[in-house]
Design a protein around this ligand. Structure first.
Ligand SMILES: [Zn+2]
Length: 256
């Protein structure tokens, strides 16, 4: 019970953060321009509540959704009409106190919020990625909405309708009712001036989602704040024990 109330306090505190004049006007401007996110300066979080600013860096998977919800709540205050038309609103954190050199990223950074800087060396096409998939039971036609929050496609396991009564069933994706988000994969390479003599530059894969796709092009210098994940490497469908580092971007700033 106590844990739950601590979580609620965090969200309450984030709500107070967005009631500051600077963020009220950032949110109001974003609404006026029909934007889906605002940039949140991490140094503002430090001066507002130092403990919270650390929690966000240490456990972003837990606290970033609370920050987004608080930003959305303030959007509902600033522009209720626009808020009712957007399903989510992102608080994109930037300006962490330190940047991690790409070659010094380690497993101790996994699932933490980190910032890197480098040069974009490749960028994929922008692809629609399933966010909420709608599946239809092939026997009875009942529809299921399934949030897609991992790299594997999540499909309902059984149909719980009166007709199918929890039997295993075959499902088909209803594309026109499913919700998609833009997705782009880029490669970010160490800057030449950061390179130790005689070393080859290292590259990390970075995923961009939503309104931050297509913000920068190959050759651009960028600072990316994101959450580090490990993606299992596969050799002929057999998962290997080693993983590849992957950064899921929270924000991207162009430096050139
Ligand atoms: Zn069914």
């Amino acid at each position: 019970m106590e844990k739950v109330s601590v979580e609620l306090d965090v969200e309450e505190e984030f709500s107070r953060f967005f009631k500051q004049e600077k963020y009220r006007s950032l949110i109001a401007n974003a609404a006026a321009q029909r934007k889906k996110s605002i940039m949140v300066d991490h140094s503002d979080l430090i001066s507002f509540n130092e403990k919270l600013s650390h929690l966000i860096v240490e456990e972003p998977l837990k606290y970033l959704p609370a920050l987004d919800r608080a930003a959305y709540k303030q959007l509902q205050v600033e522009d209720p009409e626009y808020a009712s038309t957007v399903k989510e609103f992102k608080a994109r954190i930037f300006n962490l106190p330190e940047k991690v050199p790409i070659r010094e990223i380690r497993s101790s950074h996994l699932r933490k919020l980190i910032a890197i800087d480098g040069i974009i060396v490749r960028a994929s096409a922008i692809k629609p990625m399933l966010k909420t998939a709608v599946f239809k039971c092939r026997s009875c036609g009942t529809r299921y909405h399934v949030e897609q929050d991992s790299s594997k496609l999540k499909v309902p396991e059984k149909c719980t309708s009166i007709q199918c009564r929890g039997r295993r069933s075959r499902f088909e994706l209803v594309e026109e009712e499913s919700e998609y988000i833009d997705y782009q994969l880029i490669g970010v390479q160490e800057k030449p001036e950061d390179l130790p003599p005689g070393q080859l530059p290292r590259v990390i894969d970075v995923g961009l989602r939503g309104d931050i796709v297509d913000r920068a092009r190959p050759g651009d210098r960028v600072i990316i704040t994101g959450i580090l994940f490990a993606i299992q490497e596969r050799a002929a469908e057999i998962p290997k024990k080693t993983s590849k580092m992957y950064l899921e971007a929270v924000s991207i700033e162009t430096a050139s």
